[in-house]
Design a protein around this ligand. Sequence first.
Ligand SMILES: NC(=O)C1=CN([C@@H]2O[C@H](COP(=O)(O)OP(=O)(O)OC[C@H]3O[C@@H](n4cnc5c(N)ncnc54)[C@H](O)[C@@H]3O)[C@@H](O)[C@H]2O)C=CC1
Ligand SMILES: O=C([O-])CC(=O)C(=O)O
Length: 339
Amino acid sequence: MFATRQISSIAKRAFSTSTSSNAAKVAVLGAAGGIGQPLSLLLKQSSLISHLSLYDIVNTPGVAADLSHINSNSKVSGHVPDNNGLKEALTGCDIVVIPAGVPRKPGMTRDDLFNTNASIVRDLATACAEHCPKAHILVIANPVNSTVPIVAEVFKKAGVFDPKRLFGVTTLDVVRASRFVSEVKKVTTEEAKITVIGGHSGVTIVPLLSQSGHSFTEEEVKALTHRIQFGGDEVVKAKNGTGSATLSMAFAGARFTNSLLEATVAGKKNVVEPTFVKSEIFAKEGVEFFATNVELGPNGVEKIHPIGQVNAYEQGLIDAAVPELKGNIAKGKAFIVKA
Ligand SMILES: NC(=O)C1=CN([C@@H]2O[C@H](COP(=O)(O)OP(=O)(O)OC[C@H]3O[C@@H](n4cnc5c(N)ncnc54)[C@H](O)[C@@H]3O)[C@@H](O)[C@H]2O)C=CC1
Ligand SMILES: O=C([O-])CC(=O)C(=O)O
């Protein structure tokens, strides 16, 4: 009893109270986890964040106390479920980033996480729809191809869905693609900007190497495509049962969040990031969400870029991705819209 009361009073405490009006309240849900902690550390460095609100079912008071000693200008608060912790974490939020959920172990697919993560994401989305219905929602929790449709359906049910404000975070795929291509072509990562489209699992990850400006042998294309599609598996295998990518994901999640902050809070123009959003590109094939490069603006999605020119090999990859994506999206949707 004493311990619970003590934790909740610490949990509600906000630290380092300087704020700026030209900055946003950003919540990280799952903030005490493998991704959540380094992501929160990276976001603590942003001058475009006035309040960093950390929520998890455990340990956020400690994470918040620790981060609050960093002398950047944002306030940090830590919240756990006690005493309306989720409501306090979310109220007034401009951006909510969701890395809450279990990671893979070797031998699992991302879809194997559905049974556990679907309900976690549904419940967090329900709270967002109630307490910060206008916030931009950035979904990291896997399987992204299904968790993004889950958030959409929860928001639709609550009558507050704005497709311009819902993003599946696929940034890690382009981060990996850039790094892997830079290694093969012996160029800097700035010189290796790779478009990746589709979704975020296996064959739904479609790198468009032909658009990079580099030339590749057929073997290079096949090897790079496979490595980009299954880069997550490399980390899962190397971590040997202790989780999946956390540090590179935190880097990628911070990159996307910072880009969105630049577009929404700082008014920067021509901010483009790849992301899995509601899109017309394959809507006729029954694929409601699709990742392409997206221009971000003050209200979130400003303009969805078309796929552009692809070669026959890439067209084959797209043809394999579309039915898989369709199934993943339908599964997420059906979890909320019961027949
Ligand atoms: N989109 C992407 O590119 C990537 C996605 N991921 C996914 O991100 C998710 C998180 O991965 P890790 O941080 O490594 O896992 P983790 O297990 O280290 O951390 C997850 C955190 O979520 C918290 N959590 C669980 N249920 C919660 C709830 N109802 N409310 C709030 N917090 C809750 C846990 O307490 C834990 O602190 C996984 O689903 C993983 O597959 C991982 C890497 C890349
Ligand atoms: O592979 C996983 O399960 C985590 C993930 O999404 C990634 O690293 O791309």
